[in-house]
Design a protein around this ligand. Structure first.
Ligand code: SF4
Ligand code: SF4
Length: 141
């Protein structure tokens, strides 16, 4: 909505994939990689980093829709605009992500990496423990 004025998942820069088998919702989004393979893959100077937020910024005019950044991204973050003219990558809305502000369930948080890492690891450990218990592996005393 913030960038295109419409609610259209095809134009979203973050995507949620529901895995019905494991009952998990997996989010794909830009991780603002330190070495940014997407920037290195782009031969048209269409990608840069916002020095304030570290987010990837797309220069739509320079983008040739060659898709090199899509193929090099380890997190499947970039997607092509449905009109096929330029690539879409989350730019963190300049530092105040609208998705975080608007989500009624507070399912999306924008945290410092250290805090996010702790939460992620504890959730992962909990899920793994549940899976192991489900397979009959006992918890250690
Ligand atoms: S688009 Fe992909 S490669 Fe580029 S910074 Fe984001 S996660 Fe990393
Ligand atoms: S799709 Fe656009 S941003 Fe991505 S590598 Fe090609 S020109 Fe650069």
């Amino acid at each position: 909505m913030k960038h295109h004025g419409v609610s259209n998942p095809e134009k979203s820069r973050i995507r949620i994939i529901r895995d019905h088998l494991s009952q998990l919702d997996l989010a794909t989004y830009c991780h603002s990689c330190y070495n940014a393979p997407c920037i290195m893959a782009c031969n048209f100077e269409a990608l840069s980093k916002d020095p304030k937020t570290n987010a990837i910024v797309v220069d739509n005019d320079n983008c040739t829709a060659c898709r090199s950044c899509i193929s090099k991204c380890p997190h499947a973050a970039p997607s092509m605009h449905p009109n096929g003219e330029y690539v879409l990558i989350c730019d963190l809305c300049g530092g105040t992500p609208e998705c975080v502000t608007i989500c009624p369930e507070q399912a999306i948080q924008y945290l410092k990496i250290e805090k996010a890492d702790i939460i992620y690891k504890s959730i992962y450990a909990e899920e793994m423990a549940e899976k192991l218990i489900g397979r009959g592996v006992k918890k250690s005393e």
